[in-house]
Design a protein around this ligand. Structure first.
Ligand code: SF4
Ligand code: SF4
Length: 326
């Protein structure tokens, strides 16, 4: 009698576990595709569609479905500046009230004292701030329409407020794209001197092609340099109109794998299109997936190795090839 009850319990438990949809490791949510800046190395400026915010109903639905799947962390941004989304802070509040951890990336121009206070109250855990340049002239020639002084004031206000309240979060990370003329050790050192007082850590990235959406010296990645793109296996990005892409840089919606109007997140994660793309990605047959994948720097082994090297050693690699593959 006792053993059959235990068996029943174990059976029910196993069924419960296996029926439960598996979480998506990384969920991005495009709360808006609007942006207040016009950085020349970004594909946002090439968008032909009318930009818009994600509706509140859709955002809440995505959060609810993700929690049902056992999801833990969201990244509520994608092709635009998230603080341009009118309801953004309310959206974050909702996600936090459901227990989700929040990580987002911003250009920092809208981190006003008022917004910072709310972000601290909401309990956002991680904020990445994208910055290029060492001074106002450099910054403002790359981050077109941005203000260097405003950015520094905003970051100082966020860190001061966090310290005054005795909080450890959000953790502030500055991430910077190394463009031409900045790919050397001297620049890395200077960048750290200028920006370390305004953050907890710095991430250096080599200028990439954003999924092949912008012209880049790397051109098409040579077949011998290709790796398996991890995004097919660990990410979905819900676009502001409810379509779902399997890529974090799908500016032109070339990699849409489903739509929340007709399917759930869980169904899309396991659907035939996803399975097919995963098979092709494992074989590195990117031409058969989309026109943007073959020239995406995410699949360039040397590009990723070089970025990793810079962040591991704090110096620029001399032995890793960074320019056009043969
Ligand atoms: S890089 Fe960021 S801030 Fe610059 S245009 Fe693109 S989305 Fe906007
Ligand atoms: S290889 Fe394709 S799916 Fe992967 S990041 Fe690049 S464009 Fe996106």
């Amino acid at each position: 009698m006792i053993s059959s009850s235990i068996d029943n319990f174990l059976n029910n438990f196993a069924q419960h576990i296996f029926r439960r949809p598996q979480p998506i490791p990384d969920l991005m949510i495009e709360v808006t595709d609007k942006c207040n800046l016009a950085c020349p190395f970004c594909a946002q400026g090439d968008l032909q569609r009318k930009t818009m915010d994600m509706s509140r109903e859709l955002f809440y639905e995505v959060v609810d479905q993700y929690i049902q799947m056992g999801g833990k962390v969201i990244r509520p941004y994608s092709t635009g500046e998230p603080l341009m989304c009118k309801g953004f802070l309310d959206y974050l509040k909702y996600a936090r009230s459901k227990g989700l951890e929040i990580r987002f990336t911003t250009n920092g121009q809208l981190l006003s004292e008022k917004n910072n206070r709310q972000l601290l109250e909401i309990g956002v855990q991680n904020i990445n701030v994208s910055i290029e340049g060492l001074n106002a002239t450099e910054y403002e020639s790359i981050r077109i329409r941005g203000s260097f002084e405003k950015l520094r004031k905003n970051l100082k206000s966020l860190l001061d407020l966090r310290d005054t309240l005795g909080l450890k979060e959000p953790v502030i990370r500055i991430q910077t794209v190394l463009i031409d003329g900045q790919q050397n050790n001297d620049y890395l050192k200077k960048f750290r001197t200028v920006w370390e007082p305004f953050c907890d850590s710095i991430l250096f990235e080599l200028c990439g092609s954003q999924g092949g959406n912008i012209d880049h010296e790397l051109g098409v990645i040579s077949k011998t340099d290709r790796t398996v793109c991890k995004f097919f296996f660990n990410l979905l990005c819900v676009n502001n109109d409810g379509t779902v892409s399997c890529c974090c840089v799908d500016y032109q919606r070339n990699l849409v794998v489903g739509d929340l109007k007709t399917n759930t997140l869980s169904e899309i994660w396991k659907n035939q299109k996803m399975q097919h793309f995963r098979q092709l990605a494992r074989k590195k047959k990117y031409e058969e997936i989309s026109s943007q994948c073959p020239s995406c720097t995410s699949i360039s082994r040397s590009h990723s190795q070089a970025s990793e090297y810079i962040n591991r050693t704090g110096t620029f690699p001399v032995s890793v090839r960074l320019s056009k593959p043969q």
